[in-house]
Design a protein around this ligand. Structure first.
Ligand SMILES: [Zn+2]
Length: 554
């Protein structure tokens, strides 16, 4: 979620100013030879490998749900790739325990009777298998009063329940895929945009249903219907946005004490998100008093293991005697949701970071050089489940956050890398090309990034905004005082079509955009490694104060 600061007026101005700065004021030394190499190899359709890397991560190893065998294989394949490109210390490093692995093997749903039809419905992640076909009558609960719900006591065990009211499938008369105009870009980065790119909230009714102390929650926990149907927050024409199932829980239990759907002892009723057009048809049939019977089946596999989940790490060592052990890191999350192959979220970010490392390793090899500072890559799992992988890495290698616990507040602890880590660059907003960067309130980095963006030479990639952006892994670094940044990207069709949907497939990745992004990030990483000083840091936050948030997880 983009949140603009009270500084709005000045940030608008400074965004414009920063973007327009003049060549004569450039402070940063640009390694023209490096930039030439990176552009020649990174932007060329013949030489770039970003789309091939993406196809392996998605077509071969997608989806990559956290703790699933696919994610494990994707991480192993990535380590082998990094080794084959000559990177040092390519390995997986596990965090956790998270929980069991899950894979959706097959599913079906259809309305039976004299006018049978197949229902487009996708089980939510971690929904349990049904052990064969199940059949039941559909009950439309969305408009029932608490009294009507109470009257259903003891009658729901063999029913399939619909919780949401219909959602209009509005015809969209403007293009779904977007490239920001300069005005829109400033709107976007100055927090005056509409629904944030990467926030897919569950439909209100389901949130209400599974909300704290909810009548319906208590009824469902007690009655345990055959299945629960909803229609998601957005999506139409066959695109279904679907995430994780909810485990049945004591409605009054605090959120962090409720079982998670992947926990061994969790009870997870079959939960489906339907194509909105099919959901609305069922609701209209129900409101006409038609008796509806549905037959459905889910085949899914659980994978018992120690619950530990891999991140992928590797580096190009620095060789400067003074600053060689200092580091710049680039990264993205490699995990995804389950209904497609996790292409724009976040196969694209992972493939771009891998390509940036391949380009830098190839350049060092061809020029017989090493960077001054170490350049490292981190591909995180567990991002969709709460930035878990990147937080675990930061906690282990950079600094702890200091937690308020029963025994009082544990002071944050800084590990040696905290003083050496110059910055972290993240990409997690789909397939769109880079248009600029969010400074995460780190004003002092503005002129540096302005110089690098201008040197890169893409007139559409000059935006620098003081604002935060949230919801992804750069926050794990920013949260402990390390300069952590996410790039501004064209949204293309991320929000309306691919982000967490069953259409998040390789065919919706844009090759030119990903080549531009990989080359830009290699350029930023190289110059961060080569400059004399570490990137400037924001003034220290008073101890115990929470880092600026930039919105919910994406
Ligand atoms: Zn993401």
């Amino acid at each position: 979620m983009f949140r603009s600061r009270p500084l709005r007026a000045p940030s608008f101005l400074c965004a414009a100013l920063l973007a327009l700065g003049s060549a004569s004021t450039a402070q940063e030394k640009i390694d023209e030879e490096a930039l030439k190499f990176l552009r020649e190899h990174g932007l060329s359709a013949e030489k770039s490998q970003v789309m091939e890397t993406l196809s392996w991560l998605t077509d071969v190893h997608g989806p990559r749900l956290t703790a699933s065998p696919n994610l494990e294989r994707a991480c192993q394949w990535t380590v082998e790739q990094l080794k084959s490109w000559g990177l040092a210390d390519a390995r997986t490093e596990s965090w956790g325990p998270f929980g069991r692995g899950w894979r959706l093997d097959a599913y079906s749903m259809r309305v039976t009777g004299e006018n049978p039809w197949v229902v487009h419905a996708i089980p939510k992640a971690w929904t349990h298998a049904t052990d064969g076909k199940k059949k039941g009558e559909v009950l439309y609960l969305a408009k029932m009063t608490p009294e009507q719900l109470a009257a259903l006591e003891g009658k729901l065990g063999d029913k399939i329940v619909m919780l949401d009211e219909p959602r209009p499938a509005n015809e969209i008369f403007e293009a779904r895929s977007k490239r920001w105009t300069p005005e829109e870009l400033l709107e976007q980065v100055n927090g005056r945009a509409r629904v944030p790119e990467d926030a897919v909230r569950p439909s209100r009714d389901v949130q209400r249903t599974f909300g704290r102390g909810n009548e319906l929650m208590r009824l469902l926990s007690k009655e345990r219907p055959l299945a629960i149907l909803d229609r998601g927050f957005k999506g139409d024409y066959g695109t279904i946005f679907v995430q994780g199932a909810n485990a049945l829980a004591d409605a009054d239990a605090p959120r962090d004490q409720r079982p998670r759907p992947y926990d061994k002892n969790a009870t997870v009723l079959p939960q489906f998100t339907l194509a909105v057009e099919h959901y609305n048809r069922l609701a209209r049939l129900a409101e006409k008093g038609q008796k509806i019977e549905i037959e459905f089946e889910i085949a899914a596999s659980w994978f018992e293991h120690d619950g530990m989940v891999p991140n992928v790490l590797a580096s190009i060592p620095g060789n400067d005697p003074q600053i060689g052990a200092e580091m710049v890191m680039i990264g993205a999350h490699i995990d995804s949701w389950h209904s497609a192959t996790g292409t724009t979220d976040n196969g694209c970010g992972s493939a771009v970071m891998l390509e940036a490392m391949r380009l830098l390793a190839a350049m060092c090899k061809e020029r017989g050089i090493q960077p001054r500072r170490t350049i490292a890559i981190g591909l995180w799992s567990g991002e969709e489940q709460g930035l878990l992988g990147s937080r675990a890495f930061v906690e282990k290698h950079v600094a702890t956050r200091g937690r308020r616990g029963e025994e009082g507040t544990a002071e944050p602890v800084r590990h040696p890398l905290h003083a050496k880590l110059s910055g972290y660059y993240n990409l997690d907003n789909g397939t769109g090309k880079i248009r600029g960067i969010y400074l995460q309130q780190n004003e002092a980095c503005g002129p540096i990034f302005r110089d690098w963006l201008r040197a890169f030479g893409d007139p559409e990639a000059l935006t620098v905004t003081i604002n935060n952006t949230g919801g992804t892994d750069h926050q794990s670094f920013d949260g402990v005082g390390i300069p952590g940044f996410q790039f501004v990207q064209d949204s293309v069709s991320y929000s309306p079509q691919t982000h967490h949907s069953n259409m998040d497939l390789w065919d919706h990745a844009l090759a030119d955009d990903l080549r531009q992004a990989a080359t830009m990030i290699a350029h930023f990483a190289w110059h961060t490694a080569q400059r004399d000083g570490l990137l400037p840091r924001k003034p220290e936050r008073p101890a115990g104060s929470e880092p600026e948030r930039g919105g919910r997880r994406g």
